[in-house]
Design a protein around this ligand. Sequence first.
Ligand SMILES: O=C(O)c1ccc[n+]([C@@H]2O[C@H](COP(=O)([O-])O)[C@@H](O)[C@H]2O)c1
Ligand SMILES: Cc1cc2nc[nH]c2cc1C
Length: 339
Amino acid sequence: MTDAPFDSLTGFRAALSRLPAPDAAAFDAAAARNAALAKPPGALGRLEDIALWYAGWAGSARPQLHRPQVIVFAGNHGVTAREVSAFPSEVTAQMVVNFEAGGAAINQLARTFGARIDVHALDLARPTADFTQGAAMEEDDLLTALRVGWEAVDPGAGLIVAGEMGIGNTTAAAAMAAALFGGNPRDWVGRGTGVDDAGLGRKAAAVAAGLACHRGHLLDPIEVLRRLGGREIAAMAGAIAAARVARIPVLLDGFICTAAAAVLERLSPGALDHALAGHCSDEPGHGRLLAALGKEPLLQMGLRLGEGTGAALAIGLVQGALACHSGMATFDEARVSTG
Ligand SMILES: O=C(O)c1ccc[n+]([C@@H]2O[C@H](COP(=O)([O-])O)[C@@H](O)[C@H]2O)c1
Ligand SMILES: Cc1cc2nc[nH]c2cc1C
């Protein structure tokens, strides 16, 4: 996007307070077309829902998927001092190099589905503060990350996937989910990159310590993001918000991406109406989070990689849905008898 239309957190809140609706006329026309297509009613199942959802947001009764964009944000986390990941923090920067060289899973999937890929590393040499000791980010850091995310969205894109890379970020996402939706820290933590049982215990303890440290400040979703989140998480929230304002459909990726998105929904109910859950990851908190948001995932493939991979796979479903919706003949056109 061009410059983000806010230069303060108050401005970001204001941008989220007045959100455009989908195009009702395009949605209705797409629904009428769907009903006329030469197939038993409903026989394309969720592909039909995807096509109508896309038509409403794209403002076209017979849309094509053009210019899908995958944006990968990377950030480092101070909470890694609590030994909450199976990998060291330097992997974040090393994977950014790999993304830029085209060697990561997300590069292969983005290419497979014809998506452009952009990578934004956010201040990797300066991890967030350990949220068990204080706020992960200062207000300025959060604002910068939200703006990076917002401005990363191509206004001409027809679909956005926001992905992430950040050693330690499943612990940050678990803390955010617990703060936003309540429940026991144990309900929200999982093995992430593959921690053992002791690591899982350290993750739950870190989440509990974070909730205790920030008690009294977590009713505001922006404060949840600032105190418990991370730069790449904030940037995903900024990108998903920018897409909403520009009425660009979004596919959500895994647990961390969905935690970022949940901040927007808590700030402004309905803020995720332009977003479908691309998949449900193997991180157990993800299914719980999607249920709290009322989102039924499109795919369940046992992925737990992040990077945007699950959502990128689901681009194929959107392509299939729109190919059928916009390319099929109607009963009349195909001279097929109706029931
Ligand atoms: O997307 C998910 O649901 C997901 C689940 C588990 C791990 N990850 C990825 O693994 C990293 C975080 O794991 P961890 O163990 O360091 O917290 C981060 O780079 C994520 O992209 C991602
Ligand atoms: C190697 C590696 C690749 C990743 N991609 C997203 N998260 C990741 C975590 C690790 C450890």
